[in-house]
Design a protein around this ligand. Structure first.
Ligand SMILES: [Zn+2]
Length: 328
C-alpha cells in the first residue's frame, strides 16, 4: 500500500480526462495499475538541455514517422530547458504509447523515480495524429515542466499543476514557439476557471479541477506580477523556480512546501510566495481579472488580443515572455 501511495503522490497527469473536469482524486485513482510497462518496439536516446532523454515507443501503429514525435519532444524539451536554464534532471525516460484510431497527443503523466529514471513521462499519442496536431501540442511541454519541482504533499497538488499550466505557455513564447498574443488570449479565456466559487476554502482545501489547474496558474501569474512589482521588474517567478531547481528541487525529490517557497523567495529577495501561500491556501482569494488585464495592457479584440504599451504594467507583461535570463 505504501508503495502505491507513494507512486500516486508523485504522479501528475493531464489530458482529455483533466479537461473533462474530473476530480483530481479520480485522475489519480486511474493510475494505480499503470506501473506495468508495455513491450518496447523502438527506443532512442538523445541529448537535450543538458540531460539525456530516453524515448521508448510501445508497440502500435503511428501514421507519422516516429522521428516526428521525437522531434516534437525535442522542441518541448528545448522550451523547458530554456526557461529553467537546463532540464532539471539528468535523465528523463519518455514512453510513447500509440492509441489506435485516435488523433493528437491525448494524455501525459509524469512520475518521479520510476522505471529506472529520476523522471518518467508516459504519453498517449493517437495513431492518426497529424503533423499539425503534433505541432500544436502543449501536453508534452506541460509534462516536462513537472520535472522541475519536487513532489509536494497532496494538499499542494494545485501548485504542481499551477506551475506546469502557467509555465508551459510562457516557456514556449520565450522559445519563440508561440506568440505572446496567443497565450494572453488563452489566459483571458481560461483564467476565470480558477476563481474561487461560493463554497471555496482555499487552494489547499478545494481540490476541484478549476482550482487545481487554473487556480494554481492564477496563483503563479499573480506571484509573477507581484514579484516584478516589488523588485522594479528585476526579478520574477522564473528566478524563484530556477533557484528551486538549482537547489536540487526536482521531481525525484519529496520536499515540504515551506522549503520550496523559502528558496523561491530568497531568490527574489521578497516574501511574495510565502505571503501569498499563507492567504491563498486556506481562504478564497478572488482576483479582479478584468482590472489585471487592463493594467497589463491586454485588450480582447475581434481577432485575438491587442496590447497597450502605455498600460501601467505593460513592461511587466513584456518581461514575463522575454528570455532575458542567463542560464544557471
Ligand atoms: Zn500536470
Amino acid at each position: 500500500m505504501l508503495v502505491i501511495f507513494r507512486i500516486m503522490r508523485r504522479l501528475r497527469t493531464l489530458g482529455l480526462l483533466a479537461i473533462m473536469a474530473m476530480p483530481i482524486g479520480s485522475l489519480a485513482a486511474q493510475e494505480k495499475g499503470s506501473r506495468h510497462l508495455p513491450a518496447i518496439a523502438f527506443s532512442q536516446s538523445l541529448a537535450a538541455g543538458g540531460a539525456t532523454l530516453q524515448i521508448d515507443f510501445a508497440e502500435g501503429r503511428l501514421d507519422l514517422p516516429r522521428s516526428e514525435v521525437i522531434q516534437r519532444i525535442q522542441t518541448a524539451a528545448h522550451a523547458v530547458a530554456l526557461y529553467y536554464g537546463r532540464l532539471p534532471v539528468q535523465r528523463i525516460r519518455i514512453l510513447v504509447i500509440p492509441v489506435a484510431d485516435q488523433h493528437g497527443v491525448l494524455q501525459g503523466t509524469t512520475w518521479g523515480n520510476m522505471a529506472g529514471s529520476p523522471a518518467f513521462l508516459r504519453l498517449r499519442v493517437g495513431q492518426s495524429t497529424t503533423r499539425e496536431e503534433l505541432a500544436a501540442d502543449w501536453i508534452i511541454t506541460h509534462e516536462l515542466v513537472h520535472t522541475a519541482l519536487p513532489s509536494l504533499p497532496d494538499d499542494q497538488h494545485w501548485l504542481e499543476e499551477g506551475i506546469a499550466s502557467y509555465i508551459e505557455p510562457v516557456a514556449r513564447v520565450q522559445a519563440s514557439q508561440l506568440s505572446a498574443a496567443t497565450i494572453w488570449a488563452d489566459m483571458m479565456n481560461g483564467m476565470p476557471n480558477g476563481e474561487p466559487g461560493s463554497n471555496d476554502h482555499g487552494l489547499d482545501v478545494t481540490h476541484t479541477w478549476g482550482r487545481t489547474y487554473w487556480g494554481g496558474a492564477m496563483f503563479c501569474l499573480m506571484a509573477d506580477v507581484e514579484i516584478r512589482k516589488r523588485t522594479g521588474n528585476r526579478r520574477g517567478l522564473q528566478d524563484a523556480l530556477r533557484a528551486i531547481v538549482a537547489a536540487g528541487g526536482s521531481i525525484d525529490k519529496e520536499w515540504p512546501l515551506a522549503r520550496v517557497l523559502s528558496i523561491g523567495d530568497q531568490a527574489t529577495s521578497t516574501k511574495v510566495l510565502e505571503e501569498m501561500y499563507a492567504q491563498w491556501s486556506v481562504t478564497p482569494v478572488p482576483v479582479d481579472l478584468p482590472r489585471l488585464w487592463s493594467q497589463l495592457g491586454i485588450r480582447a479584440g475581434q481577432h485575438g488580443v491587442t496590447f497597450d504599451a502605455s498600460a501601467p504594467l505593460a513592461t511587466i507583461r513584456v518581461s514575463i515572455t522575454i528570455p532575458d535570463r542567463p542560464s544557471l
